[in-house]
Design a protein around this ligand. Sequence first.
Ligand code: SF4
Ligand code: SF4
Length: 436
Amino acid sequence: MSIFNKHLPAIHVEHHKNTTDSATVKMPVPDKVYLSMVQHIGAPCQPTVAVGDLVKVGQVIGDTDAFVSAPIHSSVSGKVTAIDKSLTMTGIWDTIVTIAADKTQEVAEGIKPPVVEDKASFLKAVRDSGLVGLGGAAFPTHVKFNPKNLEEVDTFIINGAECEPYITADYRTMMEDSELLINGLKNTLKYLGIKRGVIGIESNKAPAIAKLREMVKDDPEIEVLELVPVYPQGAERVLIYEATGRSIPPGKLPADIGVIVSNVSSIVALQTFIETGMPLISKKITVDGNAIRTPKNVEVLIGTPIYKLINFCDGYKRVPKKILMGGPMMGRAIYDDGMAVIKNNNAILAFDEEFATVPKETACINCGRCTKACPMMLMPTLIAKAYECKDLPALEKLHATLCMECGCCTYVCPAKKQLGFINKMAKQFIMEGGKK
Ligand code: SF4
Ligand code: SF4
């Protein structure tokens, strides 16, 4: 358990981890993949291929010179059949490269383990792997691993908390790819010159804790930290506090307090690249929800249409009302199951009408539960009121931008107020300088 007696506010959510014991199954190559050029925070990539080009597995098909970015690789061998614009789930226009798979999965020339011998070659390998934060934020990993004050970073944390209901893809990764995970962590510590490695896992994943502890029993620099199974234990700020007792001041980054955090799948993908030279072209994804006939953990090629992934899980058993990319607490609803799997996609959940209907709001009873539940110690009701009045100074005073959109306030509210969503809008309002 955490070495600290005090924990940040958190909530207990029903876990519904139906696929905990479902070993990952590999999905066959689809007929076509649709590769988005916006799969990370930062500058979008530009296609480096043209319609009619033949491509191979692992070939770069999108890149940019911008620093905050990561290249996009083809997940199939085949022919580029279209490059066109499409709306993403966040409502921005994106360029999509469509590739018709020839099903031979011929690997691109030049795919071989990179030469990694120091920090510079390691960071180059991280960028070349196409890695971004696979746990949700999609921040380019080579940027995260290279803060200005790297020499002051003393702790590298792997986030194995996986506190969102339903999702078990990281748990399966820890059980199935544990050697890649530990070797990836050791390489990261070595080449970044970081002294301490921590793998934070909730206590409800005891087999993963036991397995990884056994593997690092002779590595005093690595600790497998058992965490209390509460939500949002996997949120970066919460995890850092649990592992180090340090809090991130407003406007600062984890590296500013000597910490870098990475997701389980990111480290496994990085080590895969170091050992084989094959960049990030596939993902482990949990497919679940009460509208899915056979929930599974699936290894799927990036760019695969979501309806194909759902068909691989024997399709819908109920008419889906809501399909989420990610978990029910922080995931995003998608408007079309024809959208494709992207790098930071860790779950596809589909729910029927009964389950997905938003409950009717009633009047606030001033119970204060939302405030007590907020891990960021914010006052969600006051933020909501300030947003309703479009009161920018009040929102700033209430530090609304610190909201990490965890949804704890919404979850505990007996009046069913959509506080998390309102706070999200409030953040957007602040970012736009209070434009009405
Ligand atoms: S959504 Fe924001 S305001 Fe609500 S509990 Fe989470 S951090 Fe706090
Ligand atoms: S939890 Fe809901 S009812 Fe209670 S104070 Fe907050 S908004 Fe009001």
